[in-house]
Design a protein around this ligand. Sequence first.
Ligand SMILES: Nc1ncnc2c1ncn2[C@@H]1O[C@H](COP(=O)(O)OP(=O)(O)O)[C@@H](O)[C@H]1O
Ligand SMILES: O=C(O)C1=C[C@@H](OP(=O)(O)O)[C@@H](O)[C@H](O)C1
Ligand SMILES: [Mg+2]
Length: 171
Amino acid sequence: MTAPQIVLVGPMGVGKTTVGELLAERLGTGFRDTDADIVAAQGRSIADIFIEEGEPHFRELERQAVRAAVAEHTGVLALGGGAILDEGTRALLADHAVVYLSMDVEEAVKRTGLNAARPLLAVNPRRQWRELMEARRHLYTDAARVVVATDGRTPEEVTQAVLDALELKEA
Ligand SMILES: Nc1ncnc2c1ncn2[C@@H]1O[C@H](COP(=O)(O)OP(=O)(O)O)[C@@H](O)[C@H]1O
Ligand SMILES: O=C(O)C1=C[C@@H](OP(=O)(O)O)[C@@H](O)[C@H](O)C1
Ligand SMILES: [Mg+2]
């Protein structure tokens, strides 16, 4: 059976895409991101999918994207932050090398406040973050083989911490 070497989960803005690309480079393998797969397949942005068809439909598209990626991809795979909310998606992650990139609420507000057209954070970001993390934290933890904290670390430092935690050798 083929499988991704690493699957990155964690909240929006924690660095799944950034660290995923760095990890793929360090391991000499490919990088894939389910958000990018969905945008490519649908020909429209994630924000547009949320607005036009709602979050449940997006979670279905995301489950299909995760199913395809874990079946086909052998490199580093980054998921969207909310993928873990879907039971079917969680089942697809069982037995994979899932890494939870974590951060606290203050770090989250700092990172996503600076950027991002992220539909779930449009109003009152600090409260949204607290609620979002309370709902999701245990799902990330349960799905993950290892947890890597990203607070106060650069993407390069996080990348090294993931390689160390999984005891992976570079290419
Ligand atoms: N360890 C880090 N420290 C500071 N900023 C970071 C870190 N990792 C990522 N970022 C920045 O946070 C933003 C979101 O990163 P991204 O990789 O898109 O996160 P995700 O895919 O988890 O939503 C980007 O602007 C990125 O440059
Ligand atoms: O947490 C979420 O529900 C979402 C996270 C986003 O991905 P990132 O975590 O890569 O930003 C994207 O899938 C969508 O905006 C919904
Ligand atoms: Mg991302």
